[in-house]
Design a protein. Structure first.
Ligand code: SF4
Length: 154
């Protein structure tokens, strides 16, 4: 991870991208229908047009923007950025360190409403201790519990 970080910084420096972030490793505490969610946003940039961009650094291969529309982590960041920090207009990006790809998505209000409902549903499941297995060949292949898990797909 440190090597990835170093090579990211080197590439940014070589490309002349020395823009200063507005926030780094910013903690947040967000309320969603009586639940409290806490987390940390890797980076927030403020662009010259006054818009904000939340950036999360990722390892692994990049996903397409269409796949990330329903990404709940980005949904939580978007809710925190809008409701806690009042960042508007806002875009959200995953920056993939291995490939230097930046995938940016927009989370319109209807998508955020869906994310809010999903958060409430997930919390209800956790409270009821409902942990339904969702086997997937790719995920199970790298899972430490695959030899014990009765639902493993490998
Ligand atoms: S092996 Fe079981 S616990 Fe691991 S990812 Fe697959 S379904 Fe989930």
């Amino acid at each position: 991870m440190q090597d990835l970080g170093r090579s990211y910084l080197r590439r940014a420096f070589d490309a002349g991208d020395l823009s200063k972030p507005l926030l780094l490793e910013q903690p947040f505490s967000l309320r969603v229908d009586g639940l409290r969610l806490t987390g940390r946003i890797d980076r927030v940039d403020r662009h010259s047009d006054g818009s904000y961009e939340v950036i999360d650094y990722k390892t692994g291969s990049a996903k397409r923007a269409a796949e990330l529309q329903r990404d709940l982590q980005l949904g939580v960041y978007a809710l925190a950025a809008r409701e806690v920090f009042r960042f508007d207009p806002l875009s959200l990006s995953y920056y993939y360190l291995e490939t230097s790809e930046r995938v940016t998505v927009d989370k319109p209000q209807d998508r955020l409403d869906e994310d809010r409902q999903t958060i409430v549903k997930v919390a209800e499941g956790i409270r009821a201790e409902l942990f339904v297995a969702r086997p997937d060949r790719m995920k199970c292949g790298g899972c430490d519990f695959r030899l014990l898990c009765p639902s493993a797909a490998v």
